[in-house]
Design a protein around this ligand. Structure first.
Ligand SMILES: O=C[C@H](O)[C@@H](O)CC(=O)C(=O)O
Ligand SMILES: [Zn+2]
Length: 277
């Protein structure tokens, strides 16, 4: 499991492109036949990708957590981003995930494994885990069952639908919040004007992009912004002090996930356009 440490916002002023990418961009989570995890010191959020082919992949604590099993002191949310169906088995019970379906698994489950239904069209499972203090029920939510929230407009090129899966009004968890934002055709911007929530960190996974599409993701303090050029199926870690907004060269979808203080999705401090530098 790779480790990412946290950054003091005063230090990012000195970072060049390469350093920014090393600290905040996760490039290679999704590899066929592998389960890859990255451990961030921002609220100890773990992001991961699994593409099971031929044999099942197992969610393990590894050397880093120093616990008997992965969910001993954690909870996890999983969303399938592939057209190929995935199967997640939790202590003997199997859940099928079609594209955009979400599964939450609560603290205390010992055996979690991932499989693909069709080995020629494998599932691509995005995994986000936060620390947890009590068990909430394991629950699947298909995209059709998630709460859609329509935002933006064509004139601002940001017409999009936010689907909330894991949050106070949906699947309950200790601290993990997770959902997906789909942009309407020909709309390219997300989260502009941007916002901050110093109480929580956030991670974005951009996907549904072709090989030559890019998202230019904006981060940093509002008066000291930086950008990261991102490809399909890459994750960006957003520190609590950072804006998190993006514009695509083509259409894209993204999954957002948050952890930290409070459990209030609407707790966001809007940034005025005049504040941006
Ligand atoms: O704190 C909340 C997150 O940044 C996202 O929910 C924002 C988002 O999906 C969007 O504006 O499209
Ligand atoms: Zn946010």
């Amino acid at each position: 499991m790779e480790i990412r440490y946290a950054t003091n916002p005063a230090d990012i002023k000195q970072y060049d492109t390469e350093r920014i990418r090393q600290e905040f961009l996760v490039e290679n989570l999704f590899v066929e036949g592998e389960l890859n995890l990255v451990y961030s010191h921002y609220d100890r959020l773990i992001t991961g990708g699994a593409i099971p082919v031929g044999k099942p992949l197992f969610l393990k604590a590894g050397d880093l957590l120093k616990t008997e099993y992965f969910l001993e002191r954690r909870e996890v949310g999983i969303i399938n981003i592939s057209e190929g169906t995935g199967k997640v088995t939790v202590d003997g019970e199997t859940y099928e995930l079609n594209k955009r379906d979400c599964l939450y698994i609560g603290l205390g489950h010992q055996d979690v494994s991932f499989e693909s239904t069709d080995q020629k069209k494998p599932a691509r499972l995005y995994i986000v885990s936060a620390t947890a203090h009590k068990q909430y029920p394991t629950q699947k939510l298909a995209i059709e069952e998630a709460t859609p929230n329509h935002l933006g407009s064509d004139s601002k090129s940001n017409k999009r639908t936010i689907y909330q899966y894991i949050h106070a009004g949906g699947i309950k968890s200790c601290q993990l919040m997770m959902g997906m934002t789909l942009l309407a055709p020909n709309n390219m911007w997300n989260t502009m004007p941007p916002h901050l929530h110093d109480r929580r960190m956030e991670a974005y996974l951009y996907f549904d992009m072709d090989e030559n599409s890019r998202v230019i993701h904006f981060m940093g303090r509002p008066d000291e912004t930086r950008h990261i050029v991102m490809k399909n199926e890459q994750v960006v870690l957003s520190p609590p002090w950072s804006i998190h907004s993006g514009v695509g060269t083509n259409n894209y979808t993204f999954i957002w996930a948050m952890a930290g203080e409070n459990y209030t999705f609407t707790d966001m401090d809007g940034v005025q356009m005049d504040e941006l530098r």
